[in-house]
Design a protein around this ligand. Structure first.
Ligand SMILES: Nc1ncnc2c1ncn2[C@@H]1O[C@H](COP(=O)(O)OP(=O)(O)OP(=O)(O)O)[C@@H](O)[C@H]1O
Length: 286
């Protein structure tokens, strides 16, 4: 066990952000922390890292915060007046790291930017530099808070391929992102936060064992009528039905009425729909 949270609470003035959060993380696990804006994901990461105090509960850390942890926080804050390679070497000197600078430049896809001034980098390049810096100490545990914000498609692909390589080396990854497809592909366990509590913990195995039924009626009214009878969520004229018993009852009706539908494996975004009653990529509000 690498990390264990028990009944963790955090309040900002009269706002209860974490209201009794418990879960644990094993060595080598890749965990996604999911929730709408303001759900408390960053607060939880900052609490785990000891960057913010908690009001109640226990956080057991079976790792050394200085030696074992790499992190990409939401804001990329770098000192002025340094070139990319100089900043990497400065970080290496802090942690007495023996990791090859060229490997770090490659991990952040920054070989072309080696001599660029850090403040002249684009938003996506700064994110990639943060990622390279998170790997300086060859950490066994990585905290990545919305790592791919600002990265283009190629950079995202390279980033996740590097994450896969790190997973293969047995590193533990703890990541938040609003891009649920990325999390779906790369994480093994998904923790959903709602109203300060863990609303659900879902494993990849759980997802692979569950189906979702998506109904495409010609008329929105028909989707709503079916929702009243069989439950689920109507979104963009489609009906998503989550519960197996309701799904099989509904399929009979769909066949009878010749309404098109698809059955597919459940994905992280379907869990999001089920838990928060809505899902729209990139526009997730609490
Ligand atoms: N330092 C602070 N002082 C007061 N309130 C804060 C502070 N930090 C966070 N909050 C509040 O706590 C709540 C949770 O914020 P947090 O940043 O943890 O959410 P999040 O899930 O990471 O959101 P996002 O997806 O937008 O990054 C928000 O209502 C936020 O306004």
């Amino acid at each position: 066990m690498l990390l264990k949270l028990e009944a963790v609470e955090k309040r900002f003035k009269d706002k209860q952000v974490l209201a009794g959060v418990s879960f644990d993380v094993a060595e080598g696990e890749s965990i996604a922390l999911i929730g709408p804006n303001g759900a408390g994901k960053t607060t939880m990461i900052r609490s785990i890292l000891g960057l913010t105090s908690i009001d109640a509960g226990v956080i057991e850390r079976h790792f050394d915060n200085h030696k074992d942890v790499g992190m990409m926080l939401q804001k990329d804050l770098f000192p002025d007046g340094l070139r990319v390679k100089e900043l990497i070497e400065l970080h290496k000197s802090y942690s007495k790291s023996k990791v090859d600078t060229n490997e770090l430049l490659k991990a952040g896809d920054l070989v072309q930017e080696t001599r660029s001034m850090v403040q002249s980098l684009s938003g996506g390049q700064k994110r990639r530099l943060s990622f390279a810096l998170s790997l300086v100490a060859n950490p066994k545990l990585l905290f990545l808070d919305e790592p791919t914000v600002g990265m283009d498609v190629t950079a995202c692909r390279m980033f996740w391929s590097k994450i896969k390589e790190l997973q293969g080396q047995g590193k533990s990854i703890f990541v938040t992102s609003h891009h649920l497809d990325e999390l779906n592909d790369f994480c093994r366990r998904f923790i959903f936060l709602k109203e300060g509590k863990v609303a659900a913990v879902v494993s990849k195995e759980d997802l692979n064992a569950q189906k979702i039924l998506v109904v495409h009626p010609a008329q929105a009214e028909e989707a709503e009528e079916l929702q009243r009878r069989f439950g689920g969520l109507v979104e963009d004229g489609r009906l998503y039905v989550f519960h197996p018993a309701e799904q099989s009852r509904l399929v009979d009706v769909l066949k009878e009425r010749q309404i098109p539908y698809e059955e597919r494996l459940k994905e992280v975004k379907d869990c999001y729909r089920e838990i928060y009653d809505h899902y729209e990529e990139g526009v997730m509000q609490a």
